[in-house]
Design a protein around this ligand. Structure first.
Ligand SMILES: [Zn+2]
Length: 499
């Protein structure tokens, strides 16, 4: 008697594949089922082995060839499968065997994630199972993503997040076929990345002082060494996830300015909300040298094409009253403090471009006239900047607070609202759709959420977003998603996420 037998109606893959044909019958998987891979597909076989090892209580056998008459799970790289694009795959399950084939390593990895979801939910429990064999329903799947940027952002700048939580965040991203981890490193609470030459950044005396959350909690202490940040990059890369680092400039820089007040304008702070300091003095050579040094060290850690420089929410009033900033405006004949801001962003842009990287920033940077080669992350849908930015030639990543800020309560941003989100901006011509790289969910930590609160803020809303960015638009169906999410919730429950 096999346990965990699945009916077709039980097939519940999130995100929904491009095409899935269920066939009668099932494949019987047990601890002796060999995984078959050659050198080119070994990474995918090992990823599957890693995923099932806890449940099996042993390492599956990996073989180079399919033995006659032995039902196997085959992983095969085939560069001729051009229809799959750079991330797609085919997955076929018959009673005789399972085969995952793709032209790319990423595609094989996504095939593995789908196969995991065809196994019973108990496989996610991270402990040996009493049963000895399980059925996988016979299916024929062809699958590839709609968007190339399928992102989630984690904010370690308003509040520190411990390293193990970052690895867990990445694991959950991989299960849902996300491929961009936007790491919002620094903000008003803390600058938690070690920067050689600037040890005061990690002095807890300079943490943001605000208590947030319910009950009110301070900013958590802690920081990442550069070796730890590299380990995050490596861990994510092994799951086909790029890490896009963000150092938010010229605003949102309170902890840096508390640690090094000489980077601030030498005039009294313009009081904005309850923040003690906010933005760098854009005419201060020491501040500019610091920003360049930080970027230089960031580039050495993070190989991603895009580097996020923030650029958002920075009032210019302090620069208005600063004699140092005003002297620079006069000397360079800039158009006031907005010209100074533009000059600064152009400098950062050139700095990154000359080192082979591309700049991305929040949509405020579009208003400051950056080059069209820089990408724009749209967070303020009400300003309707998306269509003008795309029309000007910018790539867009859609991250609107109206639908994709997962730190907002479920009452404000319910699951069905996330699911209904359409990344292609209204009013943008269809032939310009390639400019939309994709979309991204944001987990801001302004309210100092606990790990359990972060789980509940991210899930299941990230499941809905996964489908928005992966599945074809015409495939999206709320009733189908709701049904599949019930089954998927059993998997996530085994991973400690319950809603
Ligand atoms: Zn100044």
């Amino acid at each position: 008697m096999m346990s965990g037998s699945l009916l077709y109606s039980d097939i519940a893959i999130i995100p929904e594949p491009t095409s899935l044909k269920a066939v009668a019958g099932c494949f019987v998987f047990n601890g002796s089922t060999p995984l078959v891979a050659d050198e080119a597909s070994m990474t995918a076989a090992l990823a599957f082995a890693d995923a099932v090892r806890p449940a099996l209580g042993r390492q599956p056998h990996i073989s180079g060839i399919v033995a006659d008459g032995v039902a196997s799970i085959v992983f095969r790289l085939d560069t001729a499968l051009v229809d799959c694009g750079s991330e797609g795959y085919c997955l076929d399950v018959t009673s005789q065997g399972v085969e995952i084939v793709s032209p790319s390593q990423a595609g094989l990895f996504y095939g593995v994630q789908t196969l995991r979801q065809l196994l019973p939910a108990v496989f996610f429990a991270n402990k040996p199972l009493a049963e000895k064999e399980w059925s996988i329903p016979c299916v024929s799947i062809f699958d590839k993503p709609r968007y190339q940027w399928r992102g989630l952002m984690l904010d370690t700048g308003h509040d520190f997040q411990c390293l193990s939580n970052i690895f867990r965040f990445i694991d959950l991203m991989a299960l849902h076929k996300f491929n961009v981890f936007h790491w919002h490193i620094s903000d008003l609470g803390t600058f938690p990345l070690e920067i050689d030459g600037y040890p005061e950044l990690q002095n807890p005396a300079h943490l943001g002082k605000r208590l947030r959350g319910n009950p009110p909690r301070p900013v958590k202490q802690g920081f990442y060494t550069q070796a730890e940040a590299r380990a995050v990059v490596e861990y994510a890369a092994a799951r086909y996830i790029k890490v896009v680092p963000e150092i938010d400039v010229p605003g949102h820089s309170q902890p840096v300015l508390l640690a090094y007040p000489e980077f601030d304008c030498p005039t009294p702070m313009y009081q904005w909300q309850d923040f003690e300091r906010w933005e760098y003095c854009l005419a201060n050579p020491k501040a500019m040298a610091f920003i360049e040094e930080v970027l230089q060290q960031i580039l050495a850690i993070f190989p991603s094409e895009y580097v996020h420089i923030g650029g958002d929410e920075c009032p210019a009033t302090h620069w208005e009253g600063c004699p140092v900033c005003q002297a620079k405006v006069a000397k360079l004949k800039l158009d006031g403090v907005e010209g100074l801001r533009k000059h600064f962003l152009a400098h950062v842009e050139t700095f990154l471009n000359s080192r082979g990287r591309r700049m991305i920033g929040w949509d405020d940077i579009f208003q400051s006239g950056v080059k069209k080669e820089s990408a724009v992350m749209i967070w303020r849908p009400d300003l309707e900047l998306a269509v003008p930015a795309a029309t000007a030639g910018h790539n867009l990543v859609m991250a609107p607070h109206s639908h994709l800020y997962f730190d907002y309560s479920e009452a404000r941003t319910p699951l069905d609202k996330v699911y209904s989100y359409e990344p292609h901006p209204e009013g943008l011509a269809e032939e310009m759709s390639d400019l939309v790289l994709g979309a991204q969910g944001q987990l801001w930590s302004d309210n100092h959420p606990t790990t359990a609160e972060i789980d509940r803020l991210l899930y299941p809303r990230s499941c809905a977003l996964a489908e928005v960015v992966w599945s074809a638009k015409e495939q999206r169906n709320w009733e189908s998603f709701s049904r599949r999410l019930q089954r998927h919730g059993e998997r996530l429950a085994k991973l400690g996420i319950v809603w």
